[in-house]
Design a protein around this ligand. Structure first.
Ligand code: PLP
Length: 375
């Protein structure tokens, strides 16, 4: 099997699996006052520290959630319920993941003014456009760090720094799901008040996410009950998954640079091979090396995806969330219409090799010979 769909989800690493098992074995309820409870609480604290350390945050600034979608929903609707009572403008981009886009669509129906900054002709979102969209009436700016369909890196640091200087009361939120532990993410440098993270994109299990909330920033609770997570998110903590997330963060936090280099070398090789074989590349070398968008002109993505799958090669057409629906994000990035329907996303982990890229290219060449194109 050749797995090139790491932006959809990653294989849990052995350290995460072991940590999950430990969390299952030490099954006490972290809220129990006896020793078993304390033991479980210690496991949570260790995971929290690992994630906080990887971001340069304080332990108390990390909250566990069920996934990044929950983190972003909590952030966006929470700020809308507080500062949004007085300030009705939200600035975001037109290329966000649905977990942010759909929240903004909902708030628009409720009377919020949503400003969606679009990429320029060069396919890039400009920091200046984001900054210019913010005014005194803006409660929230939400901008992702790495786009999940093209790998485009957005100028979050530059935009947020200027926004926090001019409008310190405006809350900045960043969906860091595709950037976390792949490119350096430090909370102080990013100027984000709130960050959304997901475990399953970094070799931890599915069903676990986290939120960084800067000390002093008030986000109301999303779930009420027993008061877990300092009253922010009630419900008995999922200790095994939290342990898995913490173990993956611990494993990968110190190797971001070397893994980035390896992914960049693989990505450059992919681009070179695509160039030699007439396969169009939608991304470029300024994008995250972990995610590349390519297109085989004249062949539908879904047909290619299944052709590759029959040969044991797993890629994605657009993002896993779009489930075959035409991606508005690809269109937003200004990718030529003739490539929009033939786009494939190839996303790497550190386990991928150049030989696997050779196999992908050979399979795409064979697809061109064997399949009927659309032209
Ligand atoms: N944000 C981005 C950029 C993503 O790529 C994804 C998942 O594909 C999410 C958010 C949602 O993450 P989760 O599955 O943890 O809800």
């Amino acid at each position: 099997m050749i797995y090139f769909d790491n932006a959809a989800t990653t294989k849990p690493c052995s350290e995460a699996v072991e940590a999950v098992m430990k969390g299952l074995e030490l099954f006490g309820n972290p809220s129990s006052l006896h020793g078993m409870g304390v033991e479980a609480e210690c496991l949570i604290n260790r995971a929290r520290s690992s994630i906080a350390g990887s971001l340069g945050a304080a332990d108390e600034e990390i909250y566990f959630t069920s996934c990044a979608t929950e983190s972003s929903n909590t952030a966006i609707f929470g700020i809308a319920r507080t500062i949004g009572k007085r300030k009705k403008r939200i600035v975001t981009t037109s290329v966000e993941h649905p977990s942010v886009q759909v929240c903004c669509d909902e708030l628009e129906k409720q009377g919020f003014e949503i400003v969606r900054v679009t990429p320029g002709e060069d396919g890039k979102i400009s920091a200046e456009d984001i900054i210019a969209a913010v005014n005194d009436n803006t409660c929230l700016v939400s901008c992702m760090l790495v786009n999940n369909e093209t790998g485009r890196i957005l100028p979050v640091e530059k935009a947020f720094r200027a926004i926090k200087r001019r409008f310190p009361q405006t809350v900045t939120h960043c969906d860091c799901v595709q950037g976390y532990l792949k490119i350096p993410v430090k909370v102080k440098k990013l100027y984000a008040d709130i960050i959304s993270l997901s475990g399953h994109k970094i070799h931890a299990p599915k069903g676990i996410g986290a939120m960084y909330i800067k000390k002093g920033v008030r986000v109301p609770a999303f779930m009420y009950g027993g008061g877990q997570e300092k009253g922010f998110r009630s419900g008995t903590e999922c200790v095994p998954l939290i342990c898995g997330f913490g173990a993956a963060a611990e494993k990968y936090a110190d190797t971001i640079g070397e893994r980035f280099e390896k992914a960049a070398a693989l990505r450059n090789y992919l681009f070179e091979k695509c160039g030699e074989n007439g396969i169009h590349v939608n991304s470029d070398t300024e994008c995250s090396p972990y995610i590349s968008s390519i297109a085989v002109d004249g062949y539908k993505s879904e047909v290619l995806l299944h052709f590759l799958e029959q040969r044991g090669i797993y890629v994605s057409s657009g993002s896993a969330c779009s489930k075959g629906k035409k991606s508005s994000v690809i269109r937003e990035f200004g990718i030529a219409e003739k490539y929009q329907d033939s786009t494939l996303r190839v996303s790497f982990s550190e386990e991928n090799t150049a030989q696997e890229i050779d196999s992908l290219i050979e399979a795409l060449k064979s697809a061109r010979q064997k399949l009927c194109g659309t032209r």
